[in-house]
Write a protein that binds this ligand. Structure first.
Ligand SMILES: N=CN[C@@H](CCC(=O)O)C(=O)O
Length: 319
C-alpha cells in the first residue's frame, strides 16, 4: 500500500522502510512475518481527536527510515562490540492489510475483530495502527480468539483505561468484562494527576500489576518489560501489547491529547516495542492515541510511532 510522500531522495543503497504490499500481492504459500492493520477510530475519544488520520500518516512516516539495524540491542555478545551484527528487515515479509472501515461502532468493532483475526492467522505478529485507544478492545479480541482465558495484556499508558462506558478511556475494563483475567494485566507508565483515586482503587481491586511512571526512574525498560511479559504470559496464552503513545513525555508526544509533561522518553517506548516484538507470545501490538493533525511543530509523534513499528518488526526478526 503506497502512502509515499513526494520529493524523497533516492539512493539504491539506502532502501526505505514502508510501502509494504497487500496480502494478495504476496506470492501464494509465502509465510507473512508481520501484518499491519489500520484502525482509524476517533469518535468515542474523550478529547476531540482526528486520530482517524493517523494510520495513513504512520505509513507515510515509515518512508523516512531505513529497514536496517546495526545490533541486537541488549543481547550483543561482548566479542561483537566492535563488529555489530547488521540486520536487514527487508529479509522479512510484511503485509499491509489496509484500514478497517468505520471502526467506531459495534459493527465496526466486529469488522476490526474479523480483520485482526485474518491478519493473525496469516502472520506471526499483527501491528495495529490506531486510532484512539478504544481500538485495543477489538484489536486484542480479534487476535486472541478462543484463547481469551489464557491471554495477557501489557499497556504502556499514562492512564488506567478502566473508566465506565465505551471510550478511549475504557479498553482495559472492557477486556476484563469480556473475560480476560486481570491478574495477567500489567500497566506501565501510570501517571500521577492523570487518573482519579477511584480508578486507581479499581486497578487494585482487579489485581492488576501497576508499574508507575516513577518506578521507571529506578528500573530500566528492559527489566520492566521482562517482568511484564512474564506476568502477562504466565498462562501460556497470547499477549497483546498496547502502546498508548501518551505514556511519553509531552515534549516527544505533542500529538497525544492526554500526554503529560514528565512522561517516559521516546527511546524507552522504542525499547518496549522491540522487547514486545521479540517475545514469542506477543502476537499483537497496537499504537494508539495520536492525532496526526496536531503533530506540531515537526511531526515528531508520528515519527516515533513509525519507529515503534520498525522496532516491533526488528524484535520479531530476533525471535
Ligand atoms: N488512553 C487514554 N485515556 C485517557 C483519555 C483522555 C482523553 O482523551 O482526554 C483517560 O482515560 O483519561
Amino acid at each position: 500500500m503506497s502512502n509515499k510522500p513526494a520529493g524523497l531522495s533516492h539512493d539504491a543503497l539506502w532502501p526505505r522502510a514502508g510501502g509494504w504490499p497487500a496480502p494478495d500481492e504476496i506470492a501464494p504459500g509465502k509465510r507473512i512475518d508481520a501484518a499491519l492493520v489500520g484502525i482509524p477510530a476517533s469518535q468515542t475519544s474523550l478529547s476531540a481527536t482526528n486520530a482517524h488520520e493517523t494510520p495513513d500518516a504512520i505509513r507515510a512516516a515509515l518512508y523516512r527510515y531505513s529497514p536496517a539495524l546495526m545490533q541486537d540491542r541488549g543481547v550483543l555478545d561482548k566479542n561483537l562490540r566492535n563488529d555489530p551484527a547488521i540486520i536487514d528487515l527487508e529479509e522479512l515479509t510484511v503485509a499491509d492489510f489496509g484500514n478497517v472501515s468505520d471502526p467506531d461502532s459495534p459493527a465496526g468493532e466486529a469488522r476490526t475483530i474479523a480483520l485482526m483475526a485474518d491478519a493473525a492467522k496469516a502472520s506471526e505478529l499483527v501491528i495495529a495502527l490506531g486510532g484512539d485507544n478504544s481500538i485495543t478492545v477489538a484489536a486484542a479480541l480479534g487476535v486472541w480468539g478462543s484463547d481469551l482465558e489464557t491471554a495477557g495484556l501489557i499497556t504502556l499508558d499514562a492512564h488506567y483505561d478502566l473508566r465506565d462506558g465505551v471510550s478511549n478511556g475504557s479498553p482495559v475494563r472492557r477486556l476484563i468484562e469480556a473475560g480476560m483475567n486481570p491478574e495477567r494485566i500489567v500497566q506501565i507508565g501510570i501517571q500521577d494527576f492523570a487518573n482519579s483515586a477511584s480508578y486507581a482503587r479499581r486497578a487494585q481491586e482487579f489485581g492488576i500489576t501497576v508499574i508507575h511512571r516513577d518506578d521507571l526512574e529506578r528500573r530500566s525498560m528492559a527489566e520492566v518489560m521482562a517482568e511484564a511479559l512474564s506476568i502477562a504470559g504466565s498462562a501460556g496464552g497470547p499477549i497483546h501489547v498496547d502502546l498508548d503513545v501518551d505514556v511519553c513525555d509531552r515534549a516527544v508526544a505533542p500529538a497525544c491529547p492526554a500526554s503529560v509533561p514528565g512522561g517516559i522518553s521516546a527511546f524507552e517506548l522504542r525499547q518496549a516495542a522491540r522487547a514486545a516484538g521479540k517475545h514469542s507470545q506477543v502476537h499483537s501490538i497496537d499504537l494508539a492515541e495520536i492525532d496526526a493533525t496536531m503533530d506540531t511543530p515537526d511531526g515528531r509523534t508520528i515519527r516515533l510511532a513509525a519507529l515503534c513499528v520498525l522496532e516491533a518488526v526488528a524484535g520479531l526478526s530476533q525471535r
